[in-house]
Design a protein around this ligand. Structure first.
Ligand code: PFF
Length: 428
């Protein structure tokens, strides 16, 4: 089995998976639509009490079993393997529309570099989104085919530091903008009345799992390549802090810009591609910041897409013994086929199902429902069916923490995930 060259390699890859479009684009639009700062309370609660313990469980399983998701499920019970494939399918479907959005970020990076000013509506009424989707899928496939060290670790060791440098530079610039204070007021001022809305809670939980890439077997896969002496608790802390920092920095920059230029903070999904380019047009050094912002979005998306692809590639290799190159090639072809529909839905073709664009439909079904289902399976299978309890093997962790983790991952997390899934199903 391949290994990261060091613990840092593992951490960078895991941060690369966590920090993605979810932190920069999804987080600010969800905050904007859910009462600004009020949303941060359930979000932090979801991160600390639910996402982090599950992240620790996944890493412990990965390091202990040193297997892909499907093979790990098989080790818990041969009949459970099918659930491993189900998780792979959910990840694959999420990845197929994630690559479409990654294509948009690449397109806007290209437009910024060329100094072209193209409205999102003009872009999505051409065939360009499909072309950029294909480039994104190929780039992801090629990097994964190069291997854990030569492909994934090498690329994240450039892109993750770059992403954080860009974020910090953006925020420093935004501190001097007149919209900084009102922006922060909106972003961080708690509006506790929003907490009474159940929708805010399920949005916060969904975002916490999505943002930290937890519950999708990514950390089982990446954890299988980590060095023997890795401190799992400390690694989880570093990954979580980096992910939260990226989201807060991005939110600071985005809301300062939005309030400086009198734009709409509740624009939702359109925020990054329609609202912000307007701000870049109006601000000093706008073209530089536009390039920086879309380079940041693209780097973050690429390192997350790589992790989703690796879950599937590792499972195919583990189950069939196929070479990495062949597995990556097959998977890239499958992704191009499954991603075509969401790509076409935001193009000239305007592909829809029952009036809804396919990409939105996929996000509202697999993106929203698939994640809690996958996370539920991970918790149940590794806490109830797996013997021995892999968390017991986490040496150096105090007994009280192990008991808390055990309680959360065995009882509290599956219960909450079940409630979220059922309430989403019945449309609460
Ligand atoms: N965590 C990534 C983000 O915030 O954009 C997205 C993501 C990656 C979600 C991997 C799910 C996943 F399995």
């Amino acid at each position: 089995m391949e290994r990261w060259s060091s613990n840092l390699g593992f951490i960078l890859a895991a941060v690369g998976s966590a920090v993605g479009i979810g932190n920069i684009w999804r987080f600010s639009s969800v905050v904007g639509q859910n009462g600004g700062g009020a949303y941060l309370v359930p979000y932090f609660l979801a991160v600390l009490c639910f996402a982090v313990p599950l992240m620790i469980l996944e890493m412990a399983v990965g390091r202990h079993l040193r297997s892909s998701v499907v093979s790990s499920f098989a080790l818990a019970g041969e009949k459970l393997k099918i659930f491993g494939w189900l998780i792979c399918l959910i990840v694959l479907l999420i990845l197929s529309y994630y690559l479409v959005i990654m294509g948009w970020t690449l397109a806007y990076l290209t437009f910024s570099l060329l100094g072209r000013d193209i409205a999102f509506s003009a872009f999505t009424s051409s065939m360009q989104p499909v072309a950029y989707f294909l480039i994104s899928a190929l780039a992801t496939g090629i990097i994964v085919s190069l291997g854990v060290r030569e492909g994934i670790e090498r690329i994240v060791s450039y892109l993750i530091p770059l992403a954080f440098v860009i974020l910090v530079v953006l925020v420093i610039f935004c501190l001097s903008l007149p919209g900084f204070r009102p922006g922060m007021d909106f972003f961080l001022r708690p509006d506790f009345s929003a907490l009474a809305r159940p929708g805010v809670w399920s949005a916060a939980f969904g975002q916490a799992f999505f943002s930290l890439s937890v519950g999708m077997g990514i950390l089982i896969t990446y954890g299988a390549y980590m060095p023997e002496n890795t401190d799992i608790g400390k690694s989880a802390l570093i990954i979580t802090i980096s992910d939260i920092a990226a989201a807060l920095l991005a939110g600071t920059a985005i809301f300062s810009l939005v309030f400086t230029f009198g734009l709409q903070p509740t624009a939702g999904a359109e925020l990054a591609f329609t609202t912000l380019p307007k701000a870049f047009e109006l601000m000093p050094y706008g073209s530089f910041f536009s390039i920086a912002f879309f380079a940041l979005l693209f780097s973050a998306a690429l390192t997350s897409a790589i992790s989703m692809m690796e879950v599937n590639v590792a499972s195919i290799i583990g189950e069939t013994g196929m070479t990495r190159r062949k597995a990556s090639l097959i998977l890239t072809i499958i992704l191009i086929i499954t991603g075509l529909a969401p790509a076409l839905s935001y193009s000239q073709v305007d592909l829809r199902f029952q009036g809804l664009q396919i990409l939105d439909l996929m996000d509202e079904t697999v993106g929203t429902m698939g994640l809690p289902i996958a996370a539920f399976l991970v918790a149940i299978i590794f806490k109830w069916f797996m013997k021995p309890d892999v968390q017991k093997g986490m040496t150096g962790t105090a007994e009280v923490w192990l008991c808390t983790l055990n309680f959360l991952t065995k009882y509290a997390i599956p219960a909450v995930l079940l409630i979220i899934t059922i309430s989403t199903l019945i449309g609460l």
